[in-house]
Write a protein that binds this ligand. Structure first.
Ligand code: FMN
Length: 349
């Protein structure tokens, strides 16, 4: 079966692989999450040809947007109270990752004009700032949805968890209220009361939760005694954290769920769908194997479904979630105890 652009559609051969995410109908449940790969039109085309369900463009960063606003003020001669430090810091470095909002809006428009898959744009930051305006611009440029990445480290000893949550909820409410496309929120796992906070995010306007941000922890160089970044791509071992939370939240929050961190092969995709994710997002595997790897994932999901006579992704989604399994405690503390005792028994015998 082919579609309008002549591509073979992975969603229409055999079982129905389409997935519902943020109210969008995706032809497959495999989504390419933010990375330099999704910032390049040729790679985006390759992802589309391989049957990707949707693409998430690399983030526009809060630091970058602040930098641009300051530069504009300066240019217009209004910058008497501009903070000179704002032009340093991360912003110029970020220009190498992503060339600023003008280029970003062009990328959205180009991607929309070229791709069959929906295009999700991404804003990345932690404070309220002037995001609403940018969110509106991303929506107006044609984004099908916006992903809001709330990457922060709660390092201030004077701030309570509650105040961080409240500020985050205000940010989500202002962005989702400002634009007429769905907003998904990408979170780290380091929130207390995560199941409750997830519900509050949905009440604030989040149409989807993307779990989890991978924290790139700093490292120390023993030669120079300096602290620096070290990016290591993920492995499938990291899947089990999002898998657990997909299972816990499925059927309990009125929002789409996307699993990110550790999705590398079709077994990983199937596991998170069975746990309750609407879609599986992947980055490290695509950076390792190239955009064509999407087809390997989609084909693997289809083959497994055919073998077990599943007719649709919808049919399997959440069937092994916490509310649907015989042993719901397996997703909580009981799993911890079980894991330790099983290991101890193999070690001792
Ligand atoms: C090189 C690189 C760049 C990334 N850029 C972004 C980004 O701009 N915004 C974002 O929200 N996540 C970004 N991510 C995180 C990925 O979208 C993804 O959530 C993370 O890598 C975990 O998924 P994985 O295990 O499939 O790699 C980036 C990841 C990598 C490896």
């Amino acid at each position: 079966m082919t579609e309008g652009n002549g591509h073979r559609s992975p969603a229409t051969a055999g079982p129905d692989l389409s997935a519902d995410y943020l109210g969008l109908r995706l032809r497959s449940p495999v989504v390419a999450s933010c990375s330099p790969l999704t910032g390049d039109l040729a790679s985006l085309r390759a992802l589309d040809l391989a049957g990707v369900g949707a693409v998430v463009l690399p983030s526009l960063f809060e630091e970058q947007l602040e930098h641009e606003a300051e530069e504009l003020d300066r240019y217009l001669g209004l910058g008497s109270d501009v903070n000179p430090e704002a032009t340093f810091g991360y912003a110029p470095v970020l220009d190498d990752y992503n060339q600023g909002s003008v280029q970003y809006l062009k990328l959205i428009r180009d991607a929309k004009a070229t791709l069959e898959a929906p295009v999700i744009s991404s804003l990345n930051g932690s404070t309220r700032g002037g995001w609403t305006e940018y969110a509106r611009m991303l929506a107006d440029a044609g984004s099908d949805a916006i992903e809001l990445n709330l990457y922060q480290v709660a390092a201030d000893p004077n701030r309570t968890g509650r105040s961080i949550e409240d500020e985050t909820l205000a940010l989500v409410a202002s962005v989702s209220g400002a634009c007429d496309v769905p907003v998904a929120v990408k979170l780290s796992p380091y929130w207390s009361g995560l199941a409750h906070f997830a519900g509050r995010l949905v009440d604030a306007g989040a149409a989807g939760l993307v779990l989890f941000n991978r924290f790139y922890q700093p490292d120390i160089d023993l030669e120079t005694l300096s602290v620096g970044p070290r990016l290591v791509l993920s492995t499938s071992d990291e899947l089990r954290l999002p898998l657990r939370w997909m299972a816990i939240l499925h059927g309990r929050v009125a929002a789409s769920l996307a699993a990110t961190s550790g999705v590398h092969d079709s077994a990983d995709v199937l596991k998170v769908l069975l746990a309750g994710a609407n879609v599986a997002m992947t980055t490290s595997a695509l950076l390792r194997h190239g955009p064509e790897h999407v087809r390997v994932l989609v084909d693997g999901v289809r083959d497994w479904m055919v073998e077990r006579e599943y007719t649709s992704v919808e049919q399997l989604t959440g069937s092994v979630s916490q509310i649907n399994v015989g042993d719901p405690a397996a997703f909580e503390r009981a799993n911890y105890i079980d894991t330790l005792t099983r290991y101890a028994s193999t070690f001792l015998h």
